[in-house]
Each structure stands twice: as C-alpha cells, then as structure tokens.
Design a protein around this ligand. Structure first.
Ligand code: DGJ
Length: 690
C-alpha cells in the first residue's frame, strides 16, 4: 500500500508496497485528498530512472537506508553485520500513524511514524536482537529526504550564558554533521537543524527541520550527494559497546521530531508550539522569584525573610530557594549529594522560610542537582563506587553520580522523596552543571534520569520540575516529557536574552522558557540595563525575578508590581498565542510578538539592540494579524517609556493610537519612535468589534 499522512498543511507519503523497506515518497506541503488509485499512481510515478554506474534497481530512500539497499550516504543503521532488511508487516495503529516491521538475519526493527494533527512528524525505531549472540549496535537513526531546493542549513552553536547562537551555511556536497558528547545537549546544542530554500527567514521560505528528543549525546546531520536525495538525519550518538543487546533485548531510538513549513521559521514554531501545548495541561505559569542572583550562598532566615516580603509585595507567586540550603553547602566546592537541610544556616529546617512564603500567598520551590556529587561530601566519602569514572576530572569542583548503580539511584530517589514528603514543595529547579565526559556512559545515565524523573512525577504529580543545566544546556523534547519549565540561560542580561529567547523559542513555546528580570547591572556581563527594557524582555516567557528586591527603590518596586499585574492580565495571550517575528532590514532592530488564537488581540515588542542603521528606521510591520480586520495599535509603557533621541515623535504615537486594517499594518506598518540602543517599545493591538 501507499500511505498518505496529512495534517495541518503537511503531507508524508510512504510507498510500502513490496518486500523492500518502505520508501519515503514525499515530506512537505499537503497534497490534498488522494484516493488509493492516486496514491498508487504517485508511488509508481515517483520511481526514478536508473543512472549509469549504479545499482540496477532504481535508487529510493527507504525508512532505514543502509549500504545493503544501495544507500551510500550516511546510513541510518550501523553495526557489526551488514543486514539487508525486508518488510514483514505494515499496519496503521491510527489514521495518523504507521508501524513498519522489518526483519533481517538476527535483527528485527519496528519503525513508528506519526503525523500529529498540528503537522509535527515523529519517527523512531526499535531494534531487537533476534540472533543467538550479543549484538553491539553502532548507530540507529532516522533519515528523511528533503528536496534539493533546501540548500541552506541553519542550526545553533553557543556557550555558557550565550546559548543558541544561530549559524547558517550553504549546503554543498558532503555532510554537515553536528555531534554532541556532553552527556547533556550542551550549551552548543545544534537543537533544531533547519534546511530551507535560500534566504529562508522567519516569515518566508520553505523549511524542513529536525530535532532529536533526547538529553544525552546525539548527532544531527544534513547531507547532500549527487547520488541520491538531500537528507536530514538524527540519532543518538553511541560510543563503541555502549549499547550491547543480549539475545531478545531491544534498543529504542529517541523520537526524531521533524517539521515542515511553507512559510518560514514562524511556520515551524506555530506547528511545534501547538503540538507541545496539545500534550500538556495548560497550568498558568506563576511569576517566580529565584534567589540565586539575589543572595547566592548567603542563606539564612534573617537574610531571606525581607526578600520574601518584597517578593510578595510586588505580586510574586512562587518563591524558589536556589543552591546553598543543604548540609555543608557554603560555596560551589562541596556538599552536592548531601540532600538534607543545613543545620547551621537553617537551624529550624526550612519550615520557617516555607511558612513565611506560603503565608504571603506564594508557592515554595527548591533547587537540587541530583545527578551530581562533590568529592567533598558525605555521599562521595561513603560511596566512592557510586561516582562515575574513577579518574574523572572535576568540573565546577564536582563529579557525576552514576545513576545506573541501583543503590545510588535509590538513594537519590529516597532523598528527594523525603524532602517532598517533609516539606510542601511545589517546584524543583533540577540543575545539572557539568558534562559527563565518561565515554559510554551517556545512554545509561540519560535513561536512568528519565526513569527517576518519571518515578518522581508519578509519586508527586503536583510538583513541577524545571530543567536547568548551567542555564540552557538541557533544553530538549526528551526531557520535556517529565519537566514543566526550562531555565533558558544563566544570563539575565536583557540584551543577550533577547537573542537567546528569540532562538530558543523557535522550538519551545514561551511559557516553558524561564525569563527573569535581573539586577540593574547584569551579574554575568556587567552591562547596565534600563528597567523598562529588562521588564519587556522578561514578559515574553515564563516571567520571574532574579534580583535582590530589598535593594530596589520604592519606585522600582512599584513599576515591577505594575509589570506583574500586566503579565497576569495578559498571561493567556502570552502563553497561548502564536509567536511571530519579523525579519526586518536592520539586524539590530527586532520585532517579535504573540497573536491570540482567533487573532483578536496581540502584543508586540520592537527591540533595539544597537544603534540604528539609518536615521529614519523602516516602519514597524506587524505580522500575523487578520488582514481584513481593523486593529487599534497603542504603545504600552511599563515603567518609564523607552529612551528616544528625536526632535518629534511620529504623530500617531503622540496621538496615542491608530486604527487600521491588519493588511495595512502587516504590509505598510507604522513609523516607530527613534529608540536608542537597548530599548524595547511594546504595542498592544486590539481588533475593532465585529
Ligand atoms: C547553575 C544554574 O544555572 C543557576 O541558575 C544556579 O542555579 C546555579 N547553578 C546554582 O549553583
């Protein structure tokens, strides 16, 4: 049969006739309703010519391309044998999915393919050793064809506090391969590999993208060859011997999540965000205060009580006690693993603090780093055999706890269970501050982590968990099955955050991305930032504060209160709307926004990173609105208005509002105020009554 999955403007066609592994005929724009005859005709018509100097059968890209079936590109599968897979069954578990069973000498593969209602494609394989001896898997991944017109590749690099730096290059003959060996995705995670038509942008171009839903080592690649289609590939990166299957044992790959868009990167985000939201209960995201940059390790009831009061006064809804609360943790050189409350700094335990927090109407959250252990800790001294790698170098003065040791796993589960039982903790900030750097350990550590998180979620279903890894080094769709928030980056510098949030938000919806207002001088970069700019930056995410508010002036606190109220009032829009970004001509002026479902209302931010490129900047164009509806655009001021240098503001801004059709706002736009660098101007956009 020829199978057609179609949803949300996307089609995926698979020719599953015959005994060869099914071949992928199309992944891209929706093809409309096709009957069985059309599909059969398409399957046959898609068979290419046989070129000279090649196999005598027409080359087709199967769901599991290997040398054995003539694929000389990077294979989807490698191992000690060279199997030639044949199809044993193809079934349709649901209208949107396909299950393919393949077999070869001593091996069986089950391939699951799903196209969600939002147009998100997911694929994974399960390999079973059906032979008599053990089998050392080399690699097993997903390979998808993309058309040759997808000639540019865009993915990400980055480093601590500067995550998700986009990089773009033309794809030439050969493979553009990204491999990560951090035991976590890393600050330089390729994250989402996008292949698109030349010049594809936020609002335009055709784009095919892939992400591996996995928190360990991985590989993502794009490959172009004269001998077959251009492909996008993804899979776990395995060290030799890391996955050794005994007879009857199986290995399941992480899901490869793949998306096509005919309308630029925003089209990818729209599908991904909708799909991610469809899989989660939409809990309102509370305003957070996190103590890290407020007090660091300077913890005590006396020190923190005024901060609790200040947080409550501005409207904070969740107070999170960061690193420094547990036994002996006076700095970052010791005590990881000793997860009991420090009796010196907290002589009465955490109860007095938690009571103060809850009495002021806030939830309480707690920081942990369960996968780590300090050499200088009771845990490491008592159980040196639980520490991963006996000769591993320290990193931030810490080592990794080997969660594949059952006793270590149980100890951590019990320690966290005891804390969650003793204290009314609503939220865990789950940190992970080093690479593993132990060859062959990432797979077992990652699967143990997922098991641990699943077990905790099962036992404490109301406790939310944040995935933090020295900031944003573990943001992926694998761990998202178990967590509720990501710490996007350790930097709270609004200027850096504008770019980091813009690009992290290509995959993850804003409500999952922690975004905190930092101190007036950013702790990591030392850069000063206007309060209005810092507030406008944090508004578009899961908002919070990471600043010792007891040092803020009364005027600053009043502005923050107003910002909290604004966030609360617009939370449904901010966290349920469609993210839009304009391409603009000036790379130092960014426009981004959220448009409510139904497109009745929207909120945009015009952001200036550096000095303008021209004296009179281009009008601001508002993407994503209904072209025929009329909208009123008004500036929204949080605190003081953004700083400008101009002799006169554009008249429409002086008037305070303008009403125009959505098409005019999108095509012509409105002249902006002449903002100085590092400013943000917010605009509310509301549809006129019908
Ligand atoms: C790294 C995190 O990213 C920070 O936010 C903070 O929690 C520190 N660890 C604490 O050690």
């Amino acid at each position: 049969m020829v199978i057609h999955l179609q949803a949300a403007g996307t089609s995926f066609v698979l020719d599953a006739r015959g005994s060869q592994p099914p071949s992928i005929v199309h992944w891209g724009a929706a093809l409309g309703d096709l009957g069985d005859d059309d599909l059969a005709a398409l399957g046959s018509a898609a068979v290419p010519a046989v070129p000279p100097s090649s196999l005598d059968t027409p080359p087709r890209l199967s769901v599991l391309p290997t040398l054995g079936d003539g694929w000389s590109g990077r294979p989807a599968f490698s191992g000690p044998s060279r199997p030639r897979f044949a199809t044993s069954a193809v079934t349709r578990p649901s209208p949107g999915s396909v299950l393919i069973s393949l077999g070869a000498d001593g091996l069986a593969v089950a391939t699951e393919i799903e196209l969600s209602a939002q147009g998100v494609l997911r694929l994974r394989h399960r390999l079973t050793n059906t032979g008599a001896g053990s089998y050392d898997l080399g690699s097993l991944g997903v390979v998808l064809p993309v058309p040759a017109r997808a000639a540019e590749v865009l993915d990400f690099g980055g480093l601590w506090a500067y995550e998700r730096r986009p990089q773009r290059t033309a794809l030439r003959t050969g493979a553009w391969t990204r491999e990560t060996r951090h035991g976590r995705p890393g600050h330089d995670d390729p994250y989402l590999m996008m292949l698109g038509t030349p010049g594809f942008s936020f609002r335009g171009g055709e784009v095919w993208a892939a992400h591996l839903a996995w928190s360990g080592d991985k590989q993502l690649w794009a490959e172009r060859s004269a001998l077959g289609p251009t492909v996008l590939g993804a899979g776990e990166l395995l060290a030799p011997g890391e996955v050794r299957l005994a007879p009857g044992e199986s290995y399941t790959t992480p899901w490869t999540v793949a998306v096509w868009s005919g309308d630029g990167i925003d089209g990818l985000s729209a599908r991904l965000h909708e799909w991610i939201r469809s899989r989660r209960a939409p809990e309102p995201r509370p305003v957070v205060l996190n103590t890290w940059e407020a007090v660091y390790f300077d913890q005590s009831l006396e020190r923190l009580t005024p901060l609790v009061s200040a947080a409550a006064e501005v409207g904070v809804e969740r107070f999170v006690l960061d690193d420094g609360w547990f036994r002996g943790r006076t700095d970052d050189r010791r005590a990881l693993g000793d997860w009991t409350v420090d009796p010196e700094r907290w002589p009465s335990g955490l109860t007095p603090l938690i009571d103060a927090v809850r009495d002021r109407g806030m939830e309480f959250g707690l920081w942990l780093e369960p996968e780590m252990v300090s050499p200088d800790s009771v845990l490491a001294r008592d159980h040196p055999d639980w520490v991963l790698g006996d000769d591993a170098a320290t990193w931030r003065h810490q080592r990794v706890l080997d969660l594949s040791v059952p006793e270590a796993y149980q100890h951590i589960l019990d320690s966290i269970g005891a804390l969650l039982t003793e204290y009314p903790i609503a939220f865990l900030k789950w940190d992970h501050n080093r690479d593993l750097l132990q060859e062959g350990s990432a797979h077992r550590q990652t699967t143990a982590l997922y098991r641990l998180l699943a077990e905790l979620k099962h036992r404490f279903p109301s406790v939310e968990i944040e995935s933090c890894a020295s900031g944003g080094a573990r943001i992926d769709l694998g761990i998202l099955d178990f967590v509720d928030r990501f710490w996007t980056s350790d930097t709270n510098d609004a200027l850096e955050r504008q770019q980091i949030q813009r690009w992290t938000g290509v995959l993850m919806p804003p409500e999952l991305l922690g975004s905190h207002v930092g101190a007036p001088t950013a702790h990591i970069t030392g850069r000063g930032g206007a309060l209005s700019f810092r507030l406008a930056t944090s508004l578009f995410g899961h908002a919070g504060i990471e600043w010792d508010l007891t040092t803020a002036s009364a005027a600053e606190r009043a502005v923050i209160s107003a910002w909290v109220a604004e966030y609360q009032q617009r939370r449904a829009l901010l966290h349920g709307g469609t993210t839009v970004r304009s391409d603009g001509d000036d790379p130092d002026r960014l426009l981004h926004g959220v448009v409510a479902p139904g497109r009745r209302t929207a909120l945009y931010a015009l952001v200036t990173l550096r000095a303008p490129g021209t004296a009179i900047p281009e009008p601001v164009r508002f993407p994503g609105l209904d072209p025929v509806r009329r909208y009123t655009v008004r500036p929204l001021v949080l605190g003081s208005p953004p700083r400008t240098v101009q002799d006169a503001a554009p008249p429409w801004l002086d008037a305070g509002a303008v009403t125009l059709p959505g098409r005019v706002l999108a095509e012509v736009g409105l002249p902006p105020a002449l903002l100085t660098p590092e400013q943000a101007q917010l605009f509310t956009v509301d549809a006129s009554p019908d």
